[in-house]
Design a protein around this ligand. Sequence first.
Ligand code: ZN
Ligand code: ZN
Length: 164
Amino acid sequence: MKNGEIWYDTAEICLNGHVSNEFSISYPESNKNFCDKCGEETITECPICDANIRGYLHIPGVGSLSKFKAPSYCDNCGNPYPWTAEKLNAAKELADLLDELSPEEQEQLKKSLDDLVKDGPRTVVAQTRFKRILSKTGPEIVTGFRDILVDVVSETVKKAIWGP
Ligand SMILES: [Zn+2]
Ligand SMILES: [Zn+2]
């Protein structure tokens, strides 16, 4: 184990995004082949570029700063991790089921989902569009999207769309 320096552990995360071990290097005895929450296979590397998934940030003399959260995108190749891609797909499928929307609105909703998850300059535009289109659906749809996206959108997006 490295002493006296700041380093990232490697996280072990299931394909659905459950963090099974954020200390897979320092506490390998807690590693699991399959998720104990959903039974999916776990990974410690990006399936596209094989870079390790960043886990817990070890800072000597400092305890845990915040709860570890599965990252949405690979910091090495920029592709969405499997759980992010899966949630985006699920949300887009839900968008396709909304008969109360026109096909154009469904398309706009799906496009805004990518930007919502990305947390870039277009996120605010996407938020506004997403809210406007969702206002034409029912509260159970709004809740449905929240349940799918809750772990892959930022706190700011969550507050802006679904309130505190
Ligand atoms: Zn899982
Ligand atoms: Zn990658």
